[in-house]
Write a protein that binds this ligand. Sequence first.
Ligand code: NAP
Length: 246
Amino acid sequence: MIFRERISLITGASQGIGEAIAREFAAEGAAVVLVDIQKAKLDEVAQKIAEKGGKAAVYQADVSKHDQANAVVESVIKEYKKIDHLINNAGITKDGFLMRMKEEEWDAVIAVNLKGIFNFSKAVIRSMIGSRYGRIVNLSSVVGLMGNAGQANYAASKAGLIGFTKSLAREVASRGITVNAVAPGYIATPMTASLPEQVKTAFLGLIPLQRFGEPAEVAHAVKFLCSDEAAYITGQVIQINGGMYM
Ligand code: NAP
């Protein structure tokens, strides 16, 4: 178990990729702190982790709210004294061509996907600097690298967080903290389940490995970036997309 004694905070942990990361980290011995906007689903994930002998605590919070991020982190540090891993995973889509995109749809996606990362990273960074140790992993997307018609807001948020990742990586490298991003392609989760069949078929045609990815396949890369073996990797974007974009 590589994460024994580690405290890992994962946002958007109640389903999909966030849940897979939480289960993987708990299986490696970490005490996982699960954050999501809805408590009911979080409780279910925490229970599944506990049934397998893992440790999980749940916190309901909206990542886009600065005060809520501060309150969660303050309470976690009071309880556990530190946070070793921050996985900024919560994200939303509000798709539409720019001509028809409403201001609220732009603002909501930027608030959750980009400001949420600022909120939680800022909340944990002082404690990580004090510990001279930390791992931050941000969830970008293949769309942040290649763009996608109908997702200008989402692509902007996922590209924006890459700049954030590289900047913060430079700021805190001397304190033993690494900051990286992963950019998944099409992963089978509730977020992608609702896409129309013709969109799914079109995506599949773009993937050399000829299948969609599994949440666990993203979790494995995140686990590696948080491991001791990845100590010399910072400011990077690891692509997990079946070859969809190279
Ligand atoms: P998902 O199934 O929709 O799960 C995201 C979780 O985040 C949900 O539980 C959601 O809660 C929660 N959330 C949404 N807004 C929140 C907020 N303001 N505060 C706290 N939690 C919030 O998504 P996923 O597919 O697992 O994706 C996880 C991350 O990977 C996202 O950042 C996504 O952009 C990125 N990603 C996914 C794919 C993919 O193909 N699935 C590809 C590239 C990147 P609700 O359900 O209640 O909204």
